[in-house]
Design a protein around this ligand. Structure first.
Ligand code: KIV
Length: 273
């Protein structure tokens, strides 16, 4: 057997052990080159079903399929070496029974090589989470604003204005923790709720539109890079990707029209032998 260079990846238990410690840095990725850039700085890369909206142009995540998640999951695994890679289970692939969830989650793990899956966790989810974890599949849960339920919720608005909803979000997070999740994403809730959830669970909370007091943070990468004009209130644009891409394409079009591209530097000129 030949010696291979081996970089070990972050593990789900190592993420859990960061509860209350150094903030956990997470971002989404959907392709290999982006994953390769993120890998140096992120503890966890999520292949989110947000891919449906930010890559495929869908208006919600409801139309995302297992095959789409597997295709993007494979690309992210090829691009990264160090981060823990978590792949979202899409709408319809896990809700009806623990067995369905196991069949689909194990397919995702086997075909992509990722280390964990994420599910949006309502009160129905606890049995499924423990079923998967007992069978070797680490699960990250997702409470608060659950985009796959947007048709029931009536949109992508932040959750938790009513006390009953606040109680439900905290109860869902506690149930996900007790069932064996290694971490829980808390999306689109007030700082107050996010802080209560962070105190109430023994696993790290990963905030998105939540609170700086969460154990880690995640954003949808094209949103934080500035690819879109309109982003949710909780997104900070750390880059100007839209302006940069527009400028580059404009310059390219001008040069093609003026026949100044390709210039000498980009043209093959062979001397005949
Ligand atoms: O699909 C996704 O990108 C997500 C993040 C917003 C947490 O679930």
């Amino acid at each position: 057997m030949s010696a291979q260079s081996h970089v070990s990846r972050m593990t789900a238990p190592a993420i859990t052990a960061r509860k209350g410690g150094d903030p956990i840095v997470c971002l989404t990725a959907y392709d290999a080159p982006t994953a390769a850039i993120l890998d140096e700085h992120c503890d966890l890369i999520l292949v989110g079903d947000s891919v449906g909206m930010v890559v495929h142009g869908l208006t919600t995540t409801v139309g995302v399929t297992l095959d789409m998640m597997i295709l993007h999951g494979k690309a992210v695994m090829r691009g990264s070496q160090k981060a823990l890679v978590v792949v979202d289970l899409p709408f319809g692939s896990y809700e009806d029974s623990p067995l369905t969830a196991f069949k689909n989650a194990s397919r995702v793990m086997m075909e992509t090589g990722c280390q964990a899956v994420k599910i949006e966790s309502g009160s129905y989810a606890a049995e499924t989470i423990s079923y998967l974890v007992e069978r070797g599949i680490p699960v990250m849960s997702h409470v608060g604003l659950r985009p796959q339920s947007m048709n029931v919720l009536g949109g992508f608005r932040a959750r938790g204005r009513e006390l009953a909803v606040e109680d439900e979000i905290i109860a869902n997070a506690i149930a996900a923790d007790k069932a064996g999740s290694f971490a829980v994403v808390v999306e689109g809730v007030s700082q107050d709720i996010a802080d209560k959830v962070t105190k109430a669970v023994s696993i790290p909370t990963i905030g998105i539109g939540a609170s700086a007091g969460c154990d880690g943070q995640i954003l949808v990468t094209p949103d934080m890079l500035g690819l879109f004009d309109r982003v949710p209130k909780f997104v900070k644009k750390f880059g100007k990707m839209r302006t940069m891409v527009k400028g580059a394409v404009e310059d390219y079009a001008k040069e093609v029209k003026a026949r100044s591209f390709p210039g000498d530097a980009n043209t093959y000129k062979f001397t005949k032998k």
